[in-house]
Design a binder for this molecule. Structure first.
Ligand code: ADP
Ligand code: ZN
Ligand code: ZN
Length: 647
């Protein structure tokens, strides 16, 4: 018989091959195959099987890789939705969803079933019953579960998932990658035992395939995972839950630039099941939709921990020379002497972020990207945080050859050094991208922090999530305003939620906690409201700014980035495209302009932003731009519907 095979290529068409010795479509469909393509072979999936001999010459499939179908029609529909919404090819969409391995490998299932559910309080009870009603009525509805950290959201998820199990349905629970700690897994595994699939990015492809098959064979009642778990091939989904729904990590940065949140909306609507978005600091868009009724708002106000309020202080660093304010040092020392633990948060890794020239004022830049290089002391090199390329530390300024180079600012590595000098008796550890590369790196650090072996932990945003440590009583935030001035409309919302989350690490036990926020921008409403843990007022203020500037939720956006190796050509081609394609009714066109990250990985980047009340006309125009560039191999157009990053 004959089959249409989709390959992982940015082309829209499938390729037809002949399949020998197979006569029935069900023995061919939805399996991966190896096929001859151009001069080599390529992997693909069969999406159609038929008997009529094509009028053109076809080659034979080299091998069928799956004995049983790897997916069903729903997955193909999902891939088509991704293709249409994110404007990629069907192949790119399918290979984003499907596991890439052929042989599976068993992944250890964590904990035995041991514990019962907790009895809910009234607020939790109401939240669970609203969601469960929707499941039972087989309706689609989207909820926003808004509650501060410790208000029992996770307990609500456990109850909802247990209800689904009773109905013979599977729940999908998404959490941000770094929140997928053993602590989180344990809370679900102790209810669901072995019938859980945990999907995170550190699984190797074989382990992923193992879980994929268990899910398809209905061997699990719950899927707990990061972004890509939304694509799990669940035969009978009961509900989808997205914890920390405001997190940027739900958005993919490679093509297709899908957002797991959006995919979840699509899947929940299609399967007539509820979607629950949980957060202590919802996206401005989410809270806005809760106000307008598009999301049903469920609120948890009470906090479970018997906790006394944490003291939060803002320290103005304007004019201060050092990295630490003396006040912070004093506090940390006090706590060390009492045998308590401290977390210091600085969202910048490496030793110093700029090596700058005294004569000409330039900082040393990456030769492939338009960013300054960070000095990493451990590696004794300057490293680009965009493209990871490393160079030796120069002895002279690359621009004017002056020998007067200054190392300016501080990253986590330097903080660790400074602390070791300030508190020689204390055990200090660092948790960031550089210290957690090994498979268990993150876990080991959390473990020894939990055991009290670490007295001061320094880290990037990795320290902000999933830590429940009763003995941590001080949290210090250094340079709280780092990301505040990025040219992105979400900058404020991101800094706000991060500050709240980090602050929440202090005082989770019996001792009153303290948070110290060092900033050179103490007047900023973002920092002020974060220090007061005042989401509502932050929301009101931010909403008005979005209204004035016309950004979401008051519009939708599709961002188009054109990149290429010749700067003038990229600029000229985008200008030409805008003249040729333009914009139509319902589409406002901003730009073209240089991207804030104007060069990345040797590519020069220019963008235009399409903005309008409704996404449909924006996608129609984005497609026109895509078609305009389709046969031009000297440039590449990235399409990003509902972008998170505008850099
Ligand atoms: P969140 O997910 O909102 O941060 P959690 O669900 O983790 O909140 O709950 C915070 C703490 O309160 C946990 O230790 C949890 O076991 C406890 N907790 C949650 N709900 C209840 C309840 N109904 N009764 C008693 N303790 C609860
Ligand atoms: Zn110079
Ligand atoms: Zn670079």
């Amino acid at each position: 018989m004959y089959v249409d095979v989709v390959l992982e290529l940015p082309v829209d068409s499938a390729f037809t091959y002949c399949l020998e010795n197979v006569n029935r479509a069900e023995n061919a469909l939805y399996r991966r195959v190896e096929v001859p393509f151009r001069k080599g072979t390529k992997r693909g999936v069969i999406i159609r099987a038929f008997h009529d001999k094509p009028s053109f010459e076809v080659k034979s499939v080299s091998a069928i890789l799956d004995e049983a179908p790897l997916f069903g029609e729903e997955t193909l529909e999902l891939a088509n939705w991704i293709k249409d919404f994110y404007l990629c090819s069907l192949g790119e969409a399918l290979f984003t969803i499907l596991p890439r391995e052929i042989k599976e490998k068993k992944d250890i299932i964590p904990v035995k079933k041991t514990v019962d559910l907790l009895e809910l309080n009234d607020e939790q009870e109401l939240a669970v019953s609203r969601v469960v009603e929707t499941i039972e009525k087989q309706e689609h509805k989207a909820f926003l579960l808004y509650g501060i950290t410790g208000s029992g959201k996770t307990e609500v998820y456990r109850h909802i998932a247990a209800h689904c199990r009773k109905l013979g349905k599977t729940s999908i629970i998404l959490v941000p990658e770094i929140a997928l700690t053993p602590q989180t897994v344990k809370r679900f595994a102790e209810i669901f035992g072995e019938r859980i699939a945990v999907i995170h990015s550190r699984l190797n492809p074989r382990e992923k395939l193992y879980h994929w098959k268990r899910i398809r064979n209905q061997e699990v009642d719950i899927i707990l995972g990061a972004r890509s778990a939304v694509f799990a091939p669940v035969p009978h989904p009961g509900c989808i839950i997205i914890d920390e729904e405001h997190e940027a990590s739900y958005k993919a940065s490679d093509t297709p630039k899908y957002n797991a949140r959006q995919a979840a909306f699509y899947l929940a609507a299609k399967n007539k099941i509820p979607l629950v978005l949980g957060s202590a600091t919802p996206q401005i868009e989410s809270f806005y939709h809760a106000e307008s009724g598009r999301l049903e708002l469920l609120t948890l106000k009470k906090r479970f921990a018997k906790e006394q309020m944490t003291d939060v202080r803002i320290i103005n660093m304007t004019g201060e020379k050092g990295v630490f304010h003396p006040e912070l040092i004093k506090k940390v020392l006090e706590r060390i002497n009492k045998g308590e633990q401290t977390i210091l948060f600085l969202n910048r890794r490496g030793f110093v972020p700029y090596v700058s020239c005294n004569s000409c004022g330039e900082s040393v830049k990456c030769s492939h990207c338009s960013v300054s290089l960070t000095y990493h002391k451990n590696k004794n090199a300057l490293i680009c945080h965009q493209c990871s390329s490393a160079v030796r530390v120069p002895s002279r300024c690359p621009v004017c050859h002056s020998e007067e180079l200054n190392f300016i600012g501080a990253g986590t590595e330097k903080i660790e050094d400074l602390l070791a000098a300030a508190f020689p008796q204390a055990r200090i550890k660092r948790m960031d991208f550089d210290t957690t590369r090994g498979k268990k790196g993150h876990e080991k650090l959390l473990d020894s922090l939990g055991k009290g072996e670490i007295v001061v932990l320094v880290g990037t945003q990795m320290v902000s999530k999933g830590l429940h440590l009763p003995n941590v009583t001080v949290v210090g935030v250094i340079d709280a305003d780092i990301a505040l001035n990025l040219p992105e409309f979400r900058a404020g919302e991101r800094v706000f939620s991060l500050l709240l989350q980090v602050s929440g690490r202090a005082g989770r036990g019996d001792i009153k906690g303290e948070v110290i926020i060092q900033t050179r921008n103490p007047a900023s409403y973002v920092i002020d409201y974060a220090a007061k843990s005042d989401y509502k007022n932050f929301y009101e203020k931010e909403k008005e700014i979005r209204r004035e500037t016309g950004f979401p939720p008051f519009s939708r956006i599709v961002r188009l980035v054109l990149r290429g190796t010749d700067e003038r050509m990229v600029e000229e081609k985008l200008r030409q495209a805008v003249l040729a394609v333009g914009a139509g009714s319902g589409v406002e066109l901003l730009g073209p302009a240089e991207c804030p990250l104007s060069k990345l990985n040797k590519y020069y980047r220019r963008h235009v932003i399409l903005r309008g009340a409704d996404i449909k006309p924006l996608l129609i125009y984005a497609k026109k731009y895509k078609d305009y560039f389709i046969s031009d191999s000297s440039v590449y157009l990235e399409i990003d519907p509902d972008p998170f990053s505008m850099l």
